[in-house]
Design a protein around this ligand. Structure first.
Ligand code: ADP
Length: 396
């Protein structure tokens, strides 16, 4: 077989019109058709051909897998069946380009499966020519890019979350800086005043200043502990050291410690605890829980009475701290237990937005739970429930 007259005819359905030098020739046209059919059938992608009226003329196994139609169902039907209404104009554009002999490469769009589900696809479309070179239709390779799109969406979501986290951290650093600066500035001022009072021979007035300086130092030390707690909790180092504790006694002691600051805020402290409530808990962590709830009640309590109540049944102890202050809207009630979350402006109330998160973590580490009920404008009630024996920690 020599000479151009022996060349096999250009196969039907072949995509594009590659340069003659790159066309692979076979000695047997049957063999070439067979090989092409095998390639088309084994493709992961949908390989579809249509005529210039947009009617499907061939449909491979990949197309069936992606779109759900069998070849019997779709060959002879309009290709527009795969197109969502809002993409119907695509076909006019695509066919226009094909008629001008142009190829369309990796065009991302949406198509419908047999069940009507939209899926993202990447399309490459090339003209099909007959033996005389006349364009008689188009061959389309469609790749399902759902997974690719899902990964892209995941990456975008992670990026947004990372940006959000960076923003929260920055805001937190700024709030923490301001919170630390307030007691530090007063401390500087007080130390200066104390020195002056000693120098001018008024040691009794200097001692007054010392008491106030101690309170500022305590505030700084509390803030530092709060920050260190975040690191401990995030590192998973919040393991309660259990010992027998009387929650009534512990809560009463903390209430006594806070009585002065409550009085300064105009809040009367009421303590209700009918009987001792013992359990196996981490003493210093529970002190933190009561201190956090009580200091919040004082801070947000609007100068009204605060009630601390401790009670128990055989299985669990309940600590309730109720104030009659500003309250918390229902949309903020779950958020405030998250890290850095606050429901008030930093201009109106100081704080790092960490106290309730730490409290929640401590309670959870004991196998307990914390809840809030609130009527905005009328006050909040925080209720902590703790199992009296943490599971597996004590022999009955
Ligand atoms: P902060 O130290 O900033 O007050 P917390 O984690 O202790 O942080 O509290 C988070 C937020 O929950 C507060 O900023 C406030 O908006 C709200 N909150 C907590 N306790 C009360 C309360 N008793 N009454 C009203 N709002 C409260």
């Amino acid at each position: 077989m020599t000479g151009s007259s022996d060349r096999p005819p250009r196969p039907k359905g072949r995509t594009g019109s590659p340069p003659a030098s790159r066309v692979q020739h076979f000695s047997n046209p049957e063999e070439e058709r067979f090989r092409l059919a095998a390639i088309v059938e084994s493709s992961e992608d949908a390989i579809i051909s249509k005529n210039l009226d947009g009617i499907v003329t061939s449909w491979n196994a990949g197309a069936e897998r992606i779109f759900g139609y069998t070849a019997e169902e779709i060959v002879g039907q309009p290709i527009s069946r795969l197109m969502p209404p809002e993409h119907r104009n695509d076909m006019v554009d695509i066919l226009g380009k094909i008629e001008r002999g142009e190829r369309i490469e990796h065009f991302e769009t949406v198509r419908l499966t047999k069940s009507g589900k939209p899926i993202p696809v990447s399309l490459s479309v090339s003209p099909i020519r007959d033996g005389t070179g006349r364009i008689i239709g188009a061959a389309k390779i469609a790749r399902d890019i759902s997974e690719q799109k899902a990964h892209q969406a995941d990456r975008e979501r992670l990026f947004r979350e990372a940006q959000e986290a960076a923003k929260v951290r920055e805001e937190f650093l700024s709030v923490a800086g301001h919170e630390m600066r307030t007691p530090l500035t007063s401390l500087q001022f007080l130390l200066h005043t104390i020195q002056k009072r000693f120098e001018s021979g008024h040691p009794e007035k200097a001692i007054e200043g010392l008491v106030r300086a101690q309170a500022q130092l305590q505030r700084l030390s509390d803030l530092t502990e709060e920050l260190l707690d975040v690191t401990r909790i995030v590192a998973g180092r919040l393991t309660p050291e259990l010992e027998e504790v009387d929650l009534r006694k512990l809560a009463r002691e903390i209430a006594e410690q806070q009585r002065d600051s409550a009085a300064r805020a105009g809040c009367e402290l009421r303590f209700e605890a009918p009987a001792p409530v013992t359990g196996l808990w981490d003493r210093s962590r529970l002190e933190q829980v009561v201190t956090n709830l009580l200091s919040n009640a004082v801070k947000f309590g609007g100068g009204k009475p605060i009630t601390v109540r401790v009670e128990a049944d055989t299985a669990r102890a309940t600590l309730t701290v109720r104030d009659q202050g500003i309250g918390i809207s229902s949309s903020d009630q779950s958020r405030i237990f998250e890290r850095f979350e606050r429901a008030v402006s930093k201009q109106s109330y100081g704080g790092l937005g960490l106290g309730l998160w730490i409290t929640h973590q401590i309670v959870a580490a004991h196998g307990g739970r914390i809840r809030v009920e609130s009527d905005p404008g009328h006050g909040s009630t925080f209720r902590v429930e703790l199992p009296r024996k943490a599971a597996g920690d004590v022999k009955a």
